[in-house]
Design a protein around this ligand. Structure first.
Ligand code: KIV
Ligand code: ZN
Length: 513
């Protein structure tokens, strides 16, 4: 039996700190359910003291998931710990994750605390959290830039107070592999009672080294890795789950280690994260990028045809990427749709399936073949967005070389129908102006991008927008065979996310990390 690496997923907490990637509770619950299916061991559901939205999401997820350990992030204050516990207490396996910075830079400029004060706070916090649960993780923020002997002292005190996992983050993505693994090795060798805790690592990708640093740490004995799906996260992101899991899976001779991850759910989970957050994966991203298994060069194609082992180190099926993605058409029935959606990771309730089936039939009237990406787009638009404030009901746009572009739009706002029309310098400008007028919003469009979901001239257009209003930034995504409608959907989705942020402002003091 091989030793196991614990996969701690923080897509819903650190991942949500990607610029614009805020998610509402329904979206987070959908993702958490998929993570449980994927087999993550620990799911960090949020930072309850940071906002009411985070508190609600952590509580909802804790009450619903059936086997995954659920972690809630907390600073060392009693108020934070109380909030974390209130949010996570219904989980089958609740965990409190306490952190405090330990680098001299953070102590001096951020916390204004001495090293001794940090140790005192750590011990008090862990002892207090221990009155609620035995599952305590302790992290030293900016650990990789902290004094190594001081780290051993803090970790030793944390373990003595009751921490069962100690985590050493490379918060600013500054470390390089040998340096980071040396530090982990040193800390593991010199921390008192290290055998009573699991060593965890948490890396950021500012130098593109998050996965390499995490693997180097595993090499010297770290047994928990903190990751996010698609590597999303603050700035350049976090260590990516799929890269760690597939490195271990593909190189068992080098890493005689296993994980609980069911690799066939990796690709559907990656797609779900993209669809929900609006953050699309770059084509050359390892494991889940569109080109990850595409062999372009003739010499490679020839080799792969003769024997896939010539150039293919992983089979696409292992991550759940079906070789034949061409799936359904106009005559496909409800049952075939249901089965295929399940394979994609969407286990829909009857009423949800009815809705998706109706949209699927509509789309099949316009588009000859419906592929996975089309189905995902329908599910995202119809199912994941039900709690939204603004919904598109009707859109008509006229434009051309000699007419003034005019949009007539009907929206449902809080259950009421409102309509109006407006113009702009093109069909999209007139659409966005009209939506802004009907919703009474004043957002600035920071970015707009459009691509085709699949090949073919009948492909659905996929639009992503980045909006800003009163300091709130949100991404929006929409798809439709009509690119103006796709743009309207993306814009409305972005506005809904801004509304969500307005209702759930992040507590400035708790902040984002
Ligand atoms: O990067 C970091 O230091 C963190 C900690 C809170 C674990 O996200
Ligand atoms: Zn982090």
């Amino acid at each position: 039996m091989t030793e196991r690496i614990i996969i701690f997923d923080t897509t819903l907490r650190d991942g949500e700190q990607s610029p614009g990637a805020s998610m509402n509770t329904a979206e987070k619950l959908r993702l958490a359910t998929q993570m449980e299916k994927l087999g993550v061991d620990v799911l960090e559901a949020g930072f309850p003291a940071s906002s009411q939205g985070d508190f609600e999401a952590v509580s909802t997820i804790s009450a619903k998931l059936q086997k995954t350990e659920i972690a809630a992030l907390s600073r060392t204050s009693k108020e934070d710990i109380d909030r974390a516990w209130q949010a996570v207490k219904k989980a089958v396996k609740p965990k409190i994750h306490i952190f405090i910075a330990t680098s001299d830079i953070h102590l001096k400029y951020k916390l204004n605390m001495s090293r001794e004060e940090v140790i005192k706070d750590t011990v008090e916090a862990i002892r207090y959290a221990k009155t609620f649960t035995d599952r305590i993780e302790f992290s030293t923020e900016d650990g990789s830039r902290s004094d190594r002997d001081y780290l051993c002292k803090v970790f030793g005190a944390a373990i003595e107070a009751g921490a069962t996992t100690i985590n050493l983050p490379d918060t600013v993505g500054y470390a390089v592999p040998r340096e980071y693994s040396d530090l982990i090795k040193y800390v593991m060798a010199h921390t008192p009672n290290m055998h009573k805790a699991i060593m965890s690592v948490h890396c950021h990708n500012d130098l593109g080294l998050a996965t390499a640093n995490s693997l180097a740490a595993i090499d010297v004995g770290a047994r928990q890795v903190e990751v996010t799906i698609n590597g999303i996260g603050e700035r350049a992101g976090n260590t990516s789950l799929e890269e760690i899991v597939m490195a271990l899976h593909t190189r068992p001779n080098y890493f005689p280690l296993s994980t609980n991850i069911k690799t066939e759910h990796i690709y559907p989970t990656s797609r779900l994260v993209s669809m929900i957050t609006g953050i699309m994966v770059q084509p050359n991203k390892a494991i889940v990028g569109a080109n990850a298994f595409a062999h372009e060069a003739g010499i490679h194609q020839d080799g792969v045809l003769k024997n896939p082992m010539t150039y293919e180190i992983m089979k696409p099926e292992i991550i759940g990427l079906s070789a034949n993605n061409l799936v359904l058409g106009k005559h496909s029935g409800r049952h075939a749709l249901h089965t295929h959606l399940k394979d994609l990771g969407y286990d829909l309730a009857d009423d949800e399936l009815n809705l998706v089936f109706k949209k699927f039939k509509n789309l099949a009237d316009k588009k000859k073949t419906i592929v996975d990406e089309d189905l995902e787009a329908i599910v995202t638009d119809e199912i994941l967005r039900t709690s939204e404030l603004f919904k598109l009901e009707y859109l008509h746009v006229s434009s051309g070389t000699t007419v003034l572009p005019i949009a007539s739009i009907k929206l449902i706002i809080s259950g009421k129908s409102v309509q109006g029309s407006g113009y702009g310098n093109g069909p999209i400008d007139s659409t966005f102006n009209t939506i802004a007028q009907l919703t009474g919003t004043r957002s600035e469009l920071l970015r707009f991008s459009i691509s085709a979901l699949t090949g073919g001239t009948d492909a659905q257009g996929e639009v992503t927008v980045r909006l800003q209003e009163n300091g709130f930034i949100a991404l929006g995504r929409g798809s439709d065979p009509d690119i103006i409608t796709a743009s309207a959907k993306a814009y409305i989705n972005g506005l809904n996310r801004i509304e969500h942020l307005k209702k759930n402002p992040v507590n400035i003091l708790a902040g984002r990390l």
